[in-house]
Write a protein that binds this ligand. Structure first.
Ligand code: ZN
Length: 257
């Protein structure tokens, strides 16, 4: 999903990070219990229930196709926050994720992140999870197997070489996929295709289908920044208010899938 509008802006070369950025990663801890006010919330975010990771037992059969999910069946009062592409590299968003202990999942496209991987290393160091959103943001549906596999496995390899990661989740650009996508993703080590039931746009939540309220287990995509409109931080604050209004909190998707 998402557009590439931000991909050429806010270049964040590693050499410019220097010592200042390193310090930014570990500023003094904020006063306990006060961080929510700084980020525009009326109350602290409830801690997510303890939910031990449930990786698939054993290795899936070579032929098993990954499930396509836009919500997770659970009674825990949690929703999941996902972000796509990797165009926004606001250092203050790192502060927000750290101070609110937000377990966000970032689906990264190599050609969009470009020289900005250091930002995502910082996000990862404060608890964000990094997942696969292709090398070039290609619309995969209808492409031959080799092309789809190159987009998915290629980004697996980028994330492995940058971070030592082996992502388990894949989000196809624009949410567009076909049976070939599932086969290619499985062959690249992906165990779930992650879509979204709800997205957070510039103004408010937009529901892909189903009832127009949040439910436990919903996967929410926060739309990438547009040239105008509220920043990613502001959108996230608005979203968190909605989440709180409905008696929910934020869970870690990687613990549930
Ligand atoms: Zn996208």
């Amino acid at each position: 999903m998402g557009t590439l509008t931000g991909c050429a802006q806010s270049v964040d070369p590693i050499e410019r990070l220097g010592k200042k950025a390193a310090e930014r990663v570990r500023p003094p801890a904020p006063a306990a219990g006060q961080a929510y006010r700084r980020w525009g919330l009326a109350a602290p975010l409830a801690p997510a229930p303890h939910h031990p990771s449930q990786p698939l037992s054993g290795s899936p059969a070579r032929t098993a196709l990954p499930p396509v999910v836009d919500h997770v069946p659970t009674r825990d009062k949690v929703v999941f926050l996902t972000y796509d592409d990797g165009a926004e590299r606001d250092p203050r968003f790192v502060d927000m994720v750290r101070e609110l202990r937000l377990p966000v999942s970032m689906f990264l496209t190599d050609s969009v992140v470009g020289p900005g991987y250091a930002h995502f290393a910082r996000l990862r160091s404060v608890g964000a999870n990094l997942q696969n959103h292709t090398l070039d943001h290609a619309a995969l549906r209808g492409l031959p197997y080799a092309g789809q596999r190159a987009e998915i496995c290629g980004q697996q390899e980028k994330l492995r070489s940058r971070f030592g990661l082996r992502p388990r989740f894949f989000r196809p650009p624009y949410g567009a996929y076909d049976p070939t996508t599932l086969r290619a993703a499985a062959d690249c080590g992906i165990t779930a295709i992650v879509l979204w039931r709800t997205s957070m746009g510039p103004a408010d939540l937009v529901y892909a289908h189903g009832s127009h309220r949040l439910h436990a287990g919903d996967i929410i995509a926060v739309d990438p920044d547009e040239a105008t409109g509220p920043t990613l931080r502001e959108r996230t604050t608005r979203l968190l208010r909605r989440v709180q209004e409905q008696g929910l909190t934020v869970g870690r998707l990687e613990d549930y899938l």
